[in-house]
Design a protein around this ligand. Structure first.
Ligand code: NAD
Ligand code: DAU
Length: 335
């Protein structure tokens, strides 16, 4: 396969590229990434000299560039997106541009050039928010996005399905739950908390800390994407989840415990606007059809992730002292 991976310099995309090249050494990847605040070529040092890997800096909204690159590949995997809910609340323009218009550009380029596959990376957030006793989301759950981020992701999913129905574009979609692991940008829950504790700072818990997410180790997600790419049915959607529902406070206490710290390090801060209460995924379709299920136990994956942040302080310290610092202070006040 010759694959155009978009957003491959971000968290999940860079983990995907490393994973994929290791498992498919004869395939080729072009990584198209705009290198926004979230994109970082240091995530890809391991593969930058691999002759089957090429990086191109550019925007998925740039049709001419995308249309040229698409001629060199047979497959697109679209990871590129604006991804942080809090940022989408501060301003939604980039979210609509990249997540909606960017996906439209990729779809048109794929359609014009007769690609064999367009795989779109989506999220469980498009399904909305669950009550404590509701059944987990599955592929038939109606869309009900509630943040500018999830609304823009939902719009992109609709476009992808529309190109399948209208133009027979060979698409697949995966809707995954919350990922964690190495190279996650320190604005998301787990890396914020772990890096704050390494720095001796408190951890900011939103609201009452009882919101629930279904956590999946990033390699489990990417193994699922790989399987869908090779064995998934055209036109289908697959939900991927971690079999690991946790409240934010459960995660906080686990991390605090790993650092030998207690509740004195928690700072309860103002809740996120429109904060979704619970996400959870029923992944029985992909389990039954493709034999996929998550393999990494949450506690093991989280310990491994904490170790990674302890051993790679130069990576995140550079980020935390740059542009991100202004954003963080706007969110939580001066530190
Ligand atoms: P991330 O924010 O770490 O990385 C996004 C990447 O996209 C960055 O490298 C950035 O530079 C690039 N990018 C942004 N706009 C671009 C543009 N216009 N053109 C080209 N590149 C652009 O994100 P992530 O957490 O790795 O998420 C990747 C994908 O997975 C997203 O589509 C996200 O919606 C989806 N997803 C994420 C999670 C999660 O828990 N992080 C869960 C389910 C689905
Ligand atoms: O569910 C998949 C989604 O998971 C992806 O589509 C998104 O791209 C990804 O960002 C993530 O969204 P969340 O909003 O669930 O993740 P985040 O890490 O921002 O927050 C997780 C939970 O922790 C949420 O309930 C808010 C809370 N939180 C978050 C931060 C950053 C805190 O309490 N304190 C924090 O500092």
């Amino acid at each position: 396969m010759k694959i155009l991976v978009t957003g491959g310099a971000g968290f999940i995309g860079s983990n995907f590229i490393r994973y994929y090249l290791k498992n498919h050494p004869d395939d080729q990847i072009i990584n198209l990434d705009k290198l926004t605040y979230a994109g970082n070529l240091e995530n890809l040092k391991e593969v930058e000299k691999n002759t089957n890997y090429k990086f191109v800096k550019g925007d998925i909204c740039d049709f001419d560039l995308v249309n040229t690159l698409v001629k060199e590949v047979d497959t697109i995997i679209n990871f590129a997106a604006e991804t942080h809910v809090d940022r989408s609340i501060m301003g939604s323009e980039d979210f609509v541009k990249t997540n909606v218009e960017g996906t439209r550009v990729l779809l048109d380029a794929a359609k014009n050039n007769g690609l064999k596959r367009f795989h779109h990376i989506s999220t469980d957030e498009v399904f909305g928010s669950l009550g404590q006793k509701d059944a987990p989301f599955n592929e038939n759950t109606p869309y009900d996005p509630r943040s500018p981020y999830s609304a823009a992701k939902a719009a992109s999913d609709h476009l992808v399905r529309a190109y399948f129905h209208t133009f027979s574009l060979p698409i697949t979609i995966s809707n995954c739950s919350n990922n964690y692991g190495p190279y996650q940008f320190p604005e998301k829950l787990i890396p914020v908390f772990v890096t704050n504790l390494i720095e001796g700072k408190k951890v900011p818990v939103y609201g009452d800390g009882l919101n629930v997410r279904d956590w999946i180790f990033v390699d489990d997600h990417n193994r699922g994407v790989d399987l869908i790419l090779h064995k998934g049915k055209i036109g289908e959607t697959y939900c991927l989840g971690g079999k690991s529902e946790k409240t934010n406070l459960e995660i906080t206490n686990f991390i605090l415990n790993e650092f030998g710290k207690g509740e004195e390090m928690i700072e309860y801060v103002k809740d996120r606007a429109g904060h979704d209460r619970r996400y959870a995924i029923n992944f029985s379709k992909i389990k039954k059809e493709l034999g996929w299920e998550p393999q990494v136990k949450f506690e093991d994956g989280l310990k491994q992730t904490i170790e990674w942040y302890k051993n790679n302080q130069a990576w995140w310290k550079k980020i935390k002292s740059g542009e991100y610092k202004d954003y963080y202070q706007k969110q939580y006040g001066p530190r």
